[in-house]
Ligand binder design. Structure first.
Ligand SMILES: Nc1ncnc2c1ncn2[C@@H]1O[C@H](COP(=O)(O)OP(=O)(O)O)[C@@H](O)[C@H]1O
Ligand SMILES: [Mg+2]
Length: 287
């Protein structure tokens, strides 16, 4: 799984190492494994210098090396994280990287300090979901090679677009900035719905359904909603984790919405014995 990013390494990177990361990023649009010769000609570093800098990047798990069928190098997540973090800190969006607050199947989430407390969500599209994304969402190019790092950029772009569309009409984190595969948003201080002990579960359920309704009227279905993707802060609910949203015009939108609503109704039924009809609720959120 993902290694934690070291802020020290990000800061102490040598300009030549940074140049190699940028060059690899660029060339990986064409090569899954960038040939050594191409790296040599693109950077115009001496052989010794290049070998030394690459060995450090490999040691830090920012670059991967493969010997056959030709000597090739690939930028991997730690390196890509580093490039994004440097950009976000140059823009003053992020002044410091804080502690790790969550590792999901599809992301690594850190607290950070910007103007206020922020969350940095590093998207990490996995092989499996990457393939299913190709099939169900159809937004990834079919023919071209698409490394996971670039698939993760698409995922972050999609999440950011949803947050921008929904905020502030829907209670979602405030979108602050995005670079590459990293989304910066406001930090919700609280626990996820599954861990919360609600004082007014009926009101909370109504509020969540109202937010789903509001999203729907803005043209968006979450498509991965459950008690794990709702955060509670001071008795208010926030919907998070948006990369897989679909437009309400998508052929599967209704089925996905039904699944979202059903997940939540089942949760409230089990934990708080609240009975609601799925059909009536579907009518209310799409009405
Ligand atoms: N804006 C946020 N504020 C506070 N915690 C967050 C925020 N966004 C994500 N998290 C935490 O990180 C976890 C993973 O984020 P999420 O967006 O759900 O991605 P994943 O696809 O990996 O589940 C969440 O369950 C939550 O604990
Ligand atoms: Mg989640």
């Amino acid at each position: 799984m993902a290694m934690p990013i070291s802020a020290d390494q990000v800061r102490s990177l040598h300009p030549y190492e940074l140049r190699i990361l940028h060059t690899l990023e660029h060339l990986m649009k064409r090569y899954e494994w960038v040939p050594l010769d191409l790296l040599k000609s693109s950077t115009s570093f001496s052989e010794g210098e290049l070998a030394y800098r690459l060995s450090r990047l490999i040691k830090w798990d920012m670059v991967r090396y493969r010997k056959v069928p030709y000597e090739g190098y690939a930028l991997i997540f730690n390196g890509f994280d580093t490039l994004a973090l440097r950009t976000l800190s140059e823009r003053d969006t992020v002044k410091a990287l804080g502690s790790l607050i969550g590792i999901g199947k599809e992301s690594v989430v850190y607290e950070g300090l910007g103007l206020t407390s922020v969350v940095l969500k590093f998207h990490r599209v996995g092989q499996r979901s990457f393939q299913s994304a190709r099939i169900t969402r159809g937004y990834l190019p079919e023919e071209r090679h698409m490394p996971r790092i670039f698939a993760s950029v698409l995922s972050a772009e999609r999440e950011y677009l949803a947050l921008q569309t929904l905020h502030p009409q829907v209670q979602v984190p405030l979108p602050i900035d995005r670079n590459r595969h990293v989304v910066v948003m406001s930090l919700i201080h609280g626990v996820s719905l599954n861990r919360a002990d609600l004082l007014n579960p009926r009101e909370t359920l109504d509020e969540i359904l109202e937010n789903i309704h509001q999203s729907f009227s803005l043209g968006i279905v979450h498509a991965d909603l459950s008690e794990f993707n709702v955060l509670m802060e001071d008795g208010s609910s926030y919907l998070i984790d948006w990369p897989q949203w679909v437009e309400t015009s998508h052929p599967n939108a209704e089925a996905l919405l039904r699944r979202d609503v059903n997940n939540l109704l089942s949760f409230f039924q089990k934990k708080y014995t609240i009975e609601r009809s799925l059909e009536e609720t579907m009518g209310a959120v799409t009405g």
